[in-house]
Structure formats: structure tokens, C-alpha cells
Design a binder for this molecule. Structure first.
Ligand SMILES: Nc1ncnc2c1ncn2[C@@H]1O[C@H](COP(=O)(O)OP(=O)(O)OP(=O)(O)O)[C@@H](O)[C@H]1O
Length: 236
């Protein structure tokens, strides 16, 4: 399995205080499913922001799709970001746009001709089970429905990596199951998925998923080593 993300000794410091993330080293394999867990404030959102290039690290190396993402010229960042779909903790839907137009947004921004937008948007709405809510504005949708619009918007551009920050934080367990099922089905189609959550129950819902655990800004593997995935035998 090829590595599409590689972090080496990455640190992140906001302002002049202590590091929020320290010595973060891990690789993500193409097509795998990862849960990123940790208590509130452990640094999950910060790590994801580094991953989807919303934030530069204070130190260390980040390679995305085989390229150095830290020293990459700014003009190349948008092209890279398009390869990563993001589902934000707070949805970030555009309030005055319908579900349909929110989902169409990434294609419009990328300059896809209008005639080529209708079919993928219709497919996405159906996939997330909102075929009958196309015209609804976000404020008239439930939390779970808004989250599904956000997921459809994140994946309509067929990203290679999908990053979701606490996607089940505001929904009931039944909807959480449904959302995780959507991520699982994307993953079986080949998308690498990274889901941050502090809900340990979710972990058992995706057989074969990997777990990355953050504790006060440091990455732990399930056995407590400060590295994930665990090093091969003999290299520890
Ligand atoms: N832009 C910022 N400026 C300064 N400090 C920040 C910033 N963003 C996050 N922090 C701090 O970094 C630490 C980690 O925050 P982060 O949001 O990454 O954690 P988290 O694990 O995602 O938490 P939660 O589960 O509550 O969302 C916290 O102490 C937070 O206050």
C-alpha cells in the first residue's frame, strides 16, 4: 500500500506558547480508513488542519501525495487541496444557498461547465439520502441532514483523501451509524478516510480501521508507543 501522507517529527505552536502538537510522525496508506481519537483539546483539529493544508507546521516534514507540502509554493496549494475533501466540525455550509447549490459549489469553483454539474449533484444528493431536500436551505435542515450535505460537498470532486472532523458530534447514534456507513462505502471505493472523533464506540463500526490516538499533542499507538503505526519488528 503506497503512502499518500507522511508526517515526520511535526510540531505546531500557535503564537509563542507551548507546542500544541509535538513530534508527530505517521504515515497514511492509500485506501485505508483511520480514526483519529483523543480527548477534547488533544489537538485533533489542529492535526487535521495540517493535513488539509489550512495550517503550516512550526517544524517537521509533511509529504502529501509524494511531495513536500511545507515548502510547496503557495500557488500550488489550491490544486493540492482539491485532492482532499474536508467535512468540518461545524459543517460550514453557505447559509443562503440550497442543499443543491452547496453541493455544487466545489465543481463551480473548479470551473466545471454547468451542463456537467447536474448529474453528479443529483447522484450525491441521492447517495446521502436527501434527494427530496435539494431546494432546502441549511437552516431548515436537521443537524444530520446538514452533515450529509457537507459530506456530499466534500466528496463531489472525488478527492483521494476525505478528512472529517467530529462528523458525528451533533447527531443521534442512528445517524452516526448512517454517516459512518457513508464513509465506509467511500473507503471501499478507494478513498483514504480520516475521521477525528472522541466517540470510541464508532471505532468498532468500521472493521479493519486503523486508530491514531492523540494525547496532549502527542501521538500514541494503541499500545502506548509515541508513534503510529507501530514500527516494524526489530526497529522499535
Ligand atoms: N488558532 C488557534 N490559536 C491558538 N490556540 C489554538 C488554536 N486552535 C487550537 N488552539 C489550541 O490548541 C489546542 C488543541 O486544540 P484542537 O482544536 O486542535 O483540539 P481537539 O482535539 O480538536 O479538541 P476538540 O475535540 O474539543 O475539538 C487547544 O488547547 C486549543 O485551545
Amino acid at each position: 500500500m503506497a503512502n499518500i501522507v507522511q508526517f515526520e517529527n511535526v510540531g505546531l505552536r500557535y503564537g509563542t506558547g507551548q507546542e500544541t502538537l509535538s513530534d508527530i510522525s505517521f504515515t497514511l496508506g492509500a485506501g485505508a480508513f483511520y480514526f483519529l481519537t483523543g480527548a477534547s483539546g488533544a489537538g485533533k483539529t489542529s492535526l487535521l488542519r495540517l493535513l488539509y493544508l489550512a495550517q503550516r507546521p512550526s517544524r517537521g516534514i509533511i509529504r502529501l501525495f509524494g511531495e513536500d507540502a511545507v515548502t510547496m509554493p503557495r500557488r500550488r496549494l489550491p490544486g493540492f487541496r482539491r485532492r482532499i475533501g474536508v467535512v468540518f466540525q461545524d459543517f460550514r455550509l453557505v447559509p443562503h444557498l440550497s442543499a443543491w447549490d452547496n453541493i455544487a459549489l466545489p465543481l463551480r469553483v473548479a470551473g466545471v461547465p454547468e451542463g456537467d454539474i447536474e448529474q453528479p449533484v443529483r447522484e450525491m444528493l441521492g447517495w446521502v439520502g436527501l434527494g427530496d431536500r435539494a431546494e432546502a436551505r441549511p437552516a431548515t435542515l436537521s443537524g444530520g441532514e446538514q452533515q450529509r450535505v457537507a459530506i456530499a460537498r466534500a466528496v463531489i470532486g472525488r478527492p483521494e483523501v476525505l478528512v472529517a472532523d467530529e462528523p458525528t458530534g451533533n447527531v443521534d447514534p442512528e445517524m452516526a451509524d448512517r454517516l459512518i456507513h457513508l464513509f465506509g462505502s467511500l473507503n471501499t471505493l478507494g478513498t483514504t478516510v480520516v475521521v477525528a472523533t472522541h466517540d470510541f464506540q464508532l471505532l468498532s463500526r468500521v472493521p479493519g480501521a486503523h486508530m491514531m490516538r492523540l494525547d496532549k499533542g502527542r501521538l500514541l499507538d494503541p499500545t502506548g508507543h509515541l508513534r503510529y503505526p507501530p514500527p516494524p519488528r526489530g526497529e522499535a
